[in-house]
Write a protein that binds this ligand. Structure first.
Ligand code: 13P
Length: 248
């Protein structure tokens, strides 16, 4: 039985004060039966880690460098995230792939850096609307997943969370239907199973894209949907907590 996982990706939102109060409210709710992680912007990681200290809520960065250290102005390394108390990190979010032209190879290197430094990578995959309309969904997500399997090995998926986030559903209010999401999750799991059935059975594959309190329960009831990566609805404690409750 896979334990459900819910992450809140705050994207470029918030402030120090908001981080302390939102993370504090989530900690105080004492969520049970679900693994929860928060991904605030880099400058607020310390506030989030302080608010979550001693709780079971994990804190992670929204991105990391594919490099170890050195002359990479503006980048943040896996070791630095560990140093401030993070235990997780997002890799390959579609906004990074789209606006910062991150390639599948770079995303795989980021996952590898995260693993090397003991962070849980949350590997984001997903197709654009054009790709879906052209019937390329399966090919796109398989390619994105395959690059990480080739780079890091199938055993690494014992420590990786996969987030399926169709680009057309992110921030658009247009959530994938439970059936559409389930179909892609099952495909990703069967791709892993070709290499290792046991690992495929234990890897958490969560859904992201316009998850709200009203649609979370139906999504999370699907056999291959192990929780969610939440954007907009993660910025309000009541919404985020009710999504966590739907996963519990
Ligand atoms: P929304 O929930 O705002 O659609 O964002 C999803 C997402 O990108 C989470 O990483």
């Amino acid at each position: 039985m896979r334990r459900k996982w819910v992450g809140g990706n705050w994207k470029m939102n918030g402030s120090r004060a908001m981080t302390s109060s939102l993370a504090g409210a989530i900690v105080e709710a004492r969520i049970n039966g679900v693994e929860v992680a928060l991904f605030p912007p880099f400058p607020y990681l310390r506030e989030a880690c302080a608010a979550c200290a001693g709780s079971r809520i994990g804190v992670g960065g929204q991105d990391l460098s594919e490099h170890e250290s050195g002359a990479f102005t503006g980048e943040v390394s896996a070791a630095m995230l560990r140093d401030v108390g993070c235990t997780l990190v997002l890799a390959g979010h579609s906004e990074r792939r789209q606006y910062h032209k991150e390639t599948d190879q770079q995303v795989a290197s980021k996952v590898s850096q995260a693993l090397e430094h003991g962070l849980t990578p949350v590997l984001c995959v997903g197709e654009t609307l054009d790709e879906r309309d052209a019937g390329h969904t399966a090919a796109v997500v398989s390619r994105q997943l395959d690059e990480v399997v080739s780079c890091c090995g199938i055993e690494a998926f014992a420590r990786i969370v996969i987030a399926y986030e169709p680009v057309w559903a992110i921030g658009t209010g247009r959530c994938a239907s439970a059936e559409q999401a389930q179909e892609v999750h099952a495909l990703l799991r069967s791709q892993l199973a070709r290499d290792d059935a046991r690992i495929a059975g234990s890897t958490r594959i969560v859904y992201g894209g316009s998850v709200k309190p009203g649609n979370a329960a139906e999504l999370f009831a699907q056999p291959d949907i192990d929780g969610g990566l939440i954007g907009g609805a993660a910025l309000q404690a009541t919404d985020f907590l009710s999504i966590c409750a739907a996963a519990g």
